[in-house]
Design a protein around this ligand. Structure first.
Ligand code: NAP
Length: 240
C-alpha cells in the first residue's frame, strides 16, 4: 500500500484516484478555482500551498510516498512548483499529461505561443473563445470583433462578450449547433488534448472555421512524464 498525493483538477486525476483507491491511500489536491468541482474518490484538499516551498512543507508534514502531477497541461506554475518540491523533499514525482491534439486534413489551424498572441492574430470577426474565464480580459475590447465565450463559472469581472456557461463533455452535434447559431468564423482554444472537448475541433473543420491553437507551456525537464492513467498507475505500484 502506498500513500499517493495527486495534484489534480483534470479527468485523468480523477481516473487515477479511482484506479488506485482503495488499494492505496489517495489524497487529491485541487486549486479551488471552480465553484463546484467534480470530486475524485479518496481524500481531497482544496486550495494552494503557497509556491514550491509551501508544497515542500506540506509534503514533509504529511505521510506521502509518491506524488503524481496530473494537473492540466496549462497549469505550468503548479507543475514547476511540484518539480521543485520533489527536488527539495526527495519524494518521487511523476507527471501525467494527456497528448496534445493533432491537425487532420481539412483543418485550418494557426499555432500561437500565448493568449496575447492569439488576441493579436484573430483570423475572424465572430470568435468563439474556449480558453477559460480567466483569459477573457486578454480578448475583451479587441476592436471590430464579437466574442462568444464559454466557461464553467461566470467571469470574475464583467466582460463585453456573450458568455455561455457549461462544462463538457461536448458532442459534435452540440458544437455544430452552437457555432452555426452564432455564425462563428474562428475558434480560440488551448491545446488541452483529450476527448472531452475535442468535438469543437471537428465542428470547426466541418464548418470551415479557423482555429487559433495556443501551444502548451514546457514541462519541467527533470520530471518523468507519461501520457495515460494506466501508465501512471503502473508507476505508482512499481515505485519503491
Ligand atoms: P497554475 O497557474 O499552474 O497554478 C496557479 C496556482 O494555483 C498554483 O501556484 C497553486 O497555488 C494553485 N494550484 C494549481 N493547481 C493546484 C492543485 N492541483 N492543487 C492545489 N493548488 C493548485 O494552474 P491553473 O492554470 O490556475 O489551474 C488551476 C487548476 O485548474 C489546476 O488544478 C488545473 O489542473 C486545473 N485546470 C486548469 C486549466 C487551465 O487551462 N489552466 C484547465 C482545466 C483545469 P500555490 O502557489 O498557492 O500552491
Amino acid at each position: 500500500m502506498k500513500r499517493v498525493f495527486i495534484l489534480g483538477g483534470t479527468a485523468e486525476a480523477r481516473e487515477l484516484a479511482a484506479r488506485l483507491h482503495p488499494e492505496h491511500v489517495v489524497v487529491t489536491s485541487l486549486a479551488g478555482r471552480v465553484k463546484a468541482p467534480r470530486l475524485p474518490v479518496g481524500a481531497v484538499v482544496i486550495g494552494g500551498f503557497g509556491g514550491s516551498l509551501g508544497l515542500a512543507r506540506w509534503l514533509w508534514e504529511h505521510p506521502v510516498d509518491v506524488v503524481v502531477d496530473a494537473t492540466h497541461p496549462f497549469a505550468a506554475k503548479m507543475s514547476e512548483a511540484a518539480a521543485e518540491a520533489a527536488g527539495m523533499t526527495g519524494i518521487p514525482l511523476l507527471g501525467l499529461r494527456r497528448p496534445g491534439w493533432t491537425q487532420e486534413p481539412g483543418d485550418d489551424w494557426r499555432w500561437v505561443s500565448s493568449l496575447e498572441e492569439a488576441a493579436r492574430s484573430l483570423p475572424g470577426k465572430r470568435v468563439f473563445l474556449t480558453t477559460g474565464r480567466r483569459s477573457l480580459p486578454v480578448f475583451d475590447g479587441v476592436p471590430g470583433v464579437w466574442f462568444l465565450a464559454r466557461s464553467v463559472d461566470p467571469p470574475d469581472d464583467p466582460v463585453s462578450m456573450e458568455v455561455v456557461l457549461s462544462r463538457g463533455p461536448y458532442t459534435l452535434e452540440g458544437e455544430l449547433a452552437l457555432m452555426r447559431e452564432h455564425r462563428i468564423d474562428s475558434l480560440v482554444t488551448k491545446d488541452s488534448g483529450g476527448e472531452l472537448t475535442r468535438a469543437k475541433l471537428r465542428a470547426a473543420r466541418e464548418l470551415g472555421v479557423a482555429v487559433v491553437m495556443v501551444r502548451r507551456p514546457p514541462i519541467p525537464p527533470e520530471v518523468p512524464y507519461v501520457e495515460t492513467v494506466a501508465e501512471a498507475a503502473d508507476w505508482v505500484r512499481a515505485t519503491e
